[in-house]
Design a protein around this ligand. Sequence first.
Ligand code: ADP
Ligand code: MG
Length: 424
Amino acid sequence: MAITKKTVKDIDIKGKSIVMRVDFNVPLKDGVISDDTRIKAALPTIKYVLDGGAKSLVLMSHLGDPKKDMAKAKEKAEKAGEAFDEKKYIEGKHKMAPVAKRLSEYLGKEVKVAPDCMSDETKKMVAALNNGQVLLLENTRFHKEETSKDAAERDAMASVLATYGEVYINDAFGTAHRDHASTASICKFVKGPCVAGFLMEKELNFLEDKVVKNPAHPFVAIVGGAKVSSKITVIEKLMEKVDKIIIGGGMAFTFLKAQGKKVGTSLVEDDQIDVAKKTLEAAKAKNVEFLLQTDVVVAGSFSNDVPFKTVDVDNIPDDMMGLDIGEKSIKLFKDALQGAKTVFWNGPVGVFEMSNFAKGTIEIANTLANLSGAITVIGGGDSVSAVNKAGVADKMSHISTGGGASMELVEGKVLPGIAALNDK
Ligand code: ADP
Ligand code: MG
């Protein structure tokens, strides 16, 4: 483990009051949690702190974005001509009570919820904590200061949160790319150490150390997904490190078009064709093997209910679009992955949400699962759900809990939530 930031293991916990940022941003509807992966992912650090004899633990997290999400939900309801109950919506989607309940089941002890993050009542609840009691603050994003663009506003909230613990732990990798009061500004005000939790440490160990800084070779990257524009920085950064890069998904068609091929009605970003050409040239100059699909599953429209067939990339019909890689490409990519010591995968190679076009992505997932002696790291929201769908999540070395954060880390950006922590 060669991470540069201090972790909970580097500091004294016993008898200390702790304030910890976690990522409890779980999918919630009408107060029911549909997936509690994120709560489970924070348990090792929470248990470590409690077993280590901490005096108190104040947990904080956002839970959706109340303002943004509600605006969307309201618009949707209005369009459908349905009534919209703001209070009920907020209660069922953005309030922490169900999260606290689930957490208390996992911990086998009571987890109280504070009414907010900064009121006198909350401060009193924090001050009363003792003997390893746990308090979860209400959704940090109910306070506009949390995400404010104005540093002074963020500081106003952060300076209050900082009084809730002698020690600050950040285990919320999923929001580490956000410069928010509870993720970054708080470190200016906490009196004691600011350190990474175990989840944060694991993410850094795999993404920063084993992928970005010190990958074992041969290193193969697979980049897919819809758009070149959203992934080009990742591709450029990866090309500095990898031996081979496999490009799949919708973005492949911009590259194929850049090579002079006809791509029918496939997704193409015409303003990215020059970028694609330059990337192909850069790969040659760097001696990076650049693999594009050789055959493609095409359909007449973006739908699972229309006929589809496999054609060579030189024969894509004018009125059809590519929605998955074909059998020959699956074999090509499989072969390219054999012997790899590091594999980083970001972005599905087809429209895996539709069963007719899921095969390529599932086969890639299975191939990674069966590689022996390779470090396999999956980043990006949709790639992670593809791996889960393939049922091989436990066969991967690391599945990142942060889509956006993992991308930014690989892009080489400074993540405010990580930068703010103490160096080793
Ligand atoms: P991630 O979340 O893993 O970073 P992206 O969000 O970049 O991945 O891309 C995922 C999306 O790309 C999926 O919704 C998938 O349906 C879409 N996609 C994959 N292949 C194609 C294609 N050939 N045409 C259009 N969309 C595609
Ligand atoms: Mg995505």
